[in-house]
Design a binder for this molecule. Structure first.
Ligand SMILES: CC(C)(COP(=O)(O)OP(=O)(O)OC[C@H]1O[C@@H](n2cnc3c(N)ncnc32)[C@H](O)[C@@H]1OP(=O)(O)O)[C@@H](O)C(=O)NCCC(=O)NCCS
Length: 394
């Protein structure tokens, strides 16, 4: 491509650029589809295990395929000894706050590669096996990390939880030692369905760029976790909760649901502060996942006696729409959903990761199957024509 053509194609942040072809996910007219299935349909009628199968194996599972897949995942749930040791050794850094759970998860995924017999292979069957291991082990890492943070013994380390429990319920069990009710397990399961896949978003694109060099799947997933951590991406669900806490603190209990919240937001607008959980590069008419989560947030906050959080969220949502034309994205109402479920705030983004890994691995496999390395150009803006006079090094 000529310099002039490259210049003409320039788009800051790659906005509007088609960077590759995919048959995993599409966003059309504001709707979200995984392999052709619309997200409301999946949220209502599928389970996360089924969606993970759909993404990784490429089609909707039949009953026996699903049973086989679930058995494979359950078998892979326990962690190798080096990871358990690593989690325990990370306890002091997590307590001191020099490391946050997303950092420990990123490193754990990297270390998982060290003992994975397929780590260095990019063959299709090896990749599918690795994808299933990552899908199975990441929730165990998250749950056991919480036990380390809380100073509790690990929950069922030999089995990585309870084999009778599905993905979402097992996470809750691992994190607390208590099994959730079927209704609460379904709430987390639906949230995992909503988070599982989203086209060429920043973390998925990262994983494809890494796979595009023919590097390995554990590396691609570790890179994707690093990208997801950022507050402009997956880290927004944790930051949205922090923002709600900050507003509650500043306006006081009596101020919730009053114009004091609007005043708080006006002050934020004046300083050009970005309010977490709002805006989206692709959805300008609203994120379909946010609509599902808003309803879940309303129900759950009512059930757990925290309606004030929902009331405040809706007020913020109204002001953002009215005054900024910005709508909530997936991360705004998921914050109050996860809070109501008792998930510690700094685990919100790791929980996002345990779902999105299905999407990442599907994309990594798709990338390998039809690879061309990603190698865009930069538009040079620095000085030109300088001469490098040798430095007097005497
Ligand atoms: C999602 C996001 C990164 C998209 O970024 P983008 O497509 O590059 O959009 P921009 O950041 O250029 O935003 C366009 C305009 O809307 C404003 N804007 C976008 N999101 C905003 C937010 N959450 N709060 C306040 N203003 C916002 C920007 O300040 C900018 O205004 P300007 O034109 O006056 O400078 C961005 O909306 C954002 O930072 N949101 C908050 C973080 C978040 O929730 N991330 C999760 C995404 S799923």
């Amino acid at each position: 491509m000529s310099q002039a053509a490259a210049d003409a194609a320039f788009s800051k942040g790659l906005e509007g650029i088609i960077a590759g072809e995919t048959s995993i996910c599409s966003i059309e007219q504001g709707g979200l589809f995984y392999r052709g299935y619309e997200i409301h349909d999946l949220a209502q009628n599928a389970t996360f295990d089924e969606v993970a199968f759909l993404l990784l194996e490429g089609h909707k599972p039949g009953k026996s395929e699903l049973d086989r897949f679930k058995a494979e995942i359950r078998k892979e749930r326990p962690l190798p000894a080096n990871i358990t040791r690593f989690l325990q050794e990370s306890g002091p850094a997590l307590k001191a706050g020099t490391a946050v759970p997303m950092d420990v998860l990123r490193s754990a995924v990297s270390i998982l590669g060290h003992t994975d017999p397929d780590c260095q292979s990019v063959a299709a069957d090896a990749n599918l096996r690795k994808a299933k291991r990552l899908l199975a082990k990441i929730p165990t890492v998250i749950g056991q990390m919480q036990n380390v943070i809380d100073g509790r013994p690990l929950v069922a380390p030999e089995t990585g939880g309870d084999p009778a429990l599905d993905h979402a319920a097992n996470l809750m069990y691992l994190m607390s030692g208590t099994k959730p009710s079927p209704d609460y397990a379904r709430v987390i399961d639906v949230s995992l369905i909503l988070y599982a896949e989203h086209d060429f978003n920043a973390s998925t694109f990262t994983s494809r760029v890494i796979a595009g060099t023919l590097s390995d799947m554990h590396g691609a997933s570790a890179g994707a976790i690093a990208a997801l951590k950022g507050p402009l991406h997956g880290g927004a669900n944790e930051m949205a909760m922090e923002m709600l806490k900050e507003i509650m603190h500043d306006v006081g209990e009596a101020g919730i649901g009053t114009p004091k919240v609007d005043d708080w937001m006006h002050r934020a607008f004046e300083t050009k502060r970005k309010l977490m959980g709002f805006g989206h590069r692709v959805y300008k008419e609203g994120d379909p996942r946010a609509r599902i989560l808003r309803e879940m947030s309303g129900t759950l906050t009512r059930e757990t006696g925290q309606s004030h959080l929902y009331e405040m969220s809706v007020r913020i949502d109204d002001v953002m729409q009215r005054e900024k034309g910005l709508l909530p994205n997936v991360d705004f109402y998921s914050a109050t959903v996860y809070h109501s479920m008792g998930i510690p705030h700094d685990l919100f983004t790791p929980v996002f990761a345990m779902s999105r890994v299905a999407g990442w691995c599907a994309h990594v496999m798709e990338q390998y199957a039809n690879n061309r390395i990603y190698r865009p150009r930069g538009r040079y803006r620095g000085p030109t024509g300088l001469r490098y006079e040798p430095i007097d090094r005497r």
